[in-house]
Write a protein that binds this ligand. Structure first.
Ligand SMILES: Cc1cc2nc3c(=O)[nH]c(=O)nc-3n(C[C@H](O)[C@H](O)[C@H](O)COP(=O)(O)OP(=O)(O)OC[C@H]3O[C@@H](n4cnc5c(N)ncnc54)[C@H](O)[C@@H]3O)c2cc1C
Length: 374
């Protein structure tokens, strides 16, 4: 890809670029199978090792776009967390508004009228945005089922098509009063993740209490001391901050039964999560507990557990936008276009779908458009 292709790929301007249209019209699984020399076994192994078998049906262009959106430098590609919790992000943004904005929580949008400039809420209240502009960041998976009077057919079609291309995802959380996984000897597990061939897919360990590094300086590396038994691999972080955190944990909190912890016992997406989401309440957790014993023999019953399936949540109806072949070329440009005074943003219309920075980038992009169109 040359610089022009890369820019067009990120912007989603595919029309007029035959190379990108071609990349968008095939899934990357088909690409690997038909256009590379990788054997079926090698592709299968890649899918399992890189935890990507759930997203084989994404278009090749979507995968390249995701890769590009993370930037090229090591610094850009760091994974960071906000110390104190991710909800500090909207809270800090709210503070920046300095009390000058009216924020109404708990108002469910029922309809958006593009011609009469009216947003109606389920509680019967409404907002008139005549002579103003509206930024709509409701996921298209939800928006497609709201009332959208006076929207053009072409816009509704794009919302409907993009809103139907969402990944399924499920997380199962186990709360333990004692962090048994830190108490098992070698390898000491108190951060990183374990990856499985089974339904649970991946398991994330919390950082040691009070020692959460805010950025991983490098992606976790494969630990050669990983146990086998039907499991693919065990990853533990090896970056300096993690090693430091682990050392501190050993001296201060390792094996301390007073420190409770939450295991993200299972994080799945697409086909694997669809299967778990469809199970009766509690059944998926039982299955995951069974699989957990493969990593941690005799893992105890958790003190509390929680199953969270994004597909079923009224305000999400899916985890994040995925783009199957043809979607980017045919619908992204239309999805991003304003409809009269209504502008659209959110991860689903961004250069980085499925990432928080995508939500931020697309909102900044649209606000700039709103301001400059005055
Ligand atoms: C399982 C999972 C793991 C993820 N992991 C990561 C990660 O590690 N790193 C990362 O950067 N990103 C991650 N993401 C993605 C990240 O969470 C999203 O990209 C980001 O939250 C998208 O922001 P958004 O504002 O576009 O949409 P959302 O955060 O979905 O916000 C949309 C808002 O619209 C509201 N809404 C919906 N319907 C209505 C209605 N009818 N009326 C009023 N309001 C409504 C919702 O309540 C919600 O507040 C993950 C997502 C999932 C699901």
């Amino acid at each position: 890809l040359d610089d022009g292709d890369k820019k067009a790929l990120l912007d989603g301007s595919f029309i007029g670029n035959p190379k990108l249209v071609e990349f968008d019209n095939k899934s990357w699984h088909c690409y690997l199978k038909n256009e590379t020399e990788a054997s079926d076994d090698a592709i299968d192994m890649m899918g399992k090792a890189l935890i990507i078998r759930g997203v084989w049906d994404w278009s090749l262009a979507a995968i390249l776009r995701d890769e590009l959106s993370h930037g090229e430098s090591e610094e850009d590609r760091q994974l960071c967390a906000i110390e104190g919790g991710m909800d500090l992000l909207p809270k800090e943004l709210e503070k920046l508004l300095d009390g000058k904005a009216n924020i109404h929580y708990g108002h469910k949008v029922k309809s958006i009228d593009a011609k009469n400039n009216k947003v109606t809420f389920e509680n019967g209240k409404y907002v008139d945005f005549t002579d103003k502009k509206l930024l709509c960041t409701i996921p298209f998976s939800v928006l497609k089922n709201l009332e959208l009077p006076n929207f053009s057919e072409v816009k509704k079609n794009a919302i409907n098509r993009l809103g139907s291309d969402y990944a399924s995802s499920m997380k199962i959380l186990f709360y333990y009063k004692k962090r048994f996984w830190e108490d098992e000897g070698t390898p000491i597990v108190n951060s990183g993740r374990s990856v499985s061939e089974e339904e649970m897919l991946q398991l994330y360990y919390p950082f040691p209490a009070n020692n959460t590094p805010s950025c991983l300086e490098e992606l976790p590396t494969l630990d050669s001391a990983a146990p086998a038994s039907g499991l693919f691999s065990l990853y533990v972080g090896d970056s300096p901050s993690l090693i430091e955190a682990r050392k501190t944990a050993q001296t201060e909190s390792f094996g301390d039964s007073d420190i409770p912890g939450v295991l993200l016992a299972s994080y799945t997406y697409n086909k694997l999560s669809e299967a778990l989401c469809n199970m009766e309440q509690g059944k998926a957790s039982n299955k995951v507990l069974c699989n957990l014993s493969n990593f941690h023999k005799g893992a105890p019953e958790p003190d509390e557990k929680e199953e969270w399936c994004w597909d079923e949540k009224e305000h999400f109806k899916g985890a994040f936008a995925i783009t199957t072949p043809g979607t980017l070329t045919q619908f992204l440009a239309e999805g991003k276009k304003p409809e009269r005074a209504i502008y659209f943003a959110g991860e689903h219309l961004s250069i980085a779908p499925g990432w928080i920075q995508g939500a931020l980038e697309s909102s900044l992009r649209e606000v700039a458009k709103m301001v400059s169109s005055d």
